[in-house]
Write a new protein. Structure first.
Length: 84
């Protein structure tokens, strides 16, 4: 998801591809590596203002709360930074 971090046009394209909806279930993953990367990807996508509502509407809030309760330190830190 480095593409998301670098360019705003990439952020929009990634969302149009359905990436946000695909990332939400990964927040519930018991594999910490997968969960950390899913949170980081959402964090990068949230850098584009238009994506914040999409992330919220995709149901990310409940999933991010789960990460805050059960995730690794890195996952928790990044979950806090996702601005929905």
């Amino acid at each position: 998801m480095q593409l998301a971090k670098k360019r705003a046009d990439n952020l929009a394209l990634i969302d149009e591809s359905g990436a946000v909806a695909a990332l939400i279930p990964l927040l519930w993953c018991s594999d910490s590596w997968t969960q950390e990367h899913a949170v980081k990807a959402l964090l990068n996508l949230s850098l584009l203002e238009e994506n914040k509502a999409l992330i919220t509407n995709a149901g990310a809030v409940k999933s991010l709360i789960y990460v805050l309760k059960r995730g690794t330190k890195t996952s928790k830190q990044n979950a806090v930074l996702v601005s929905c």
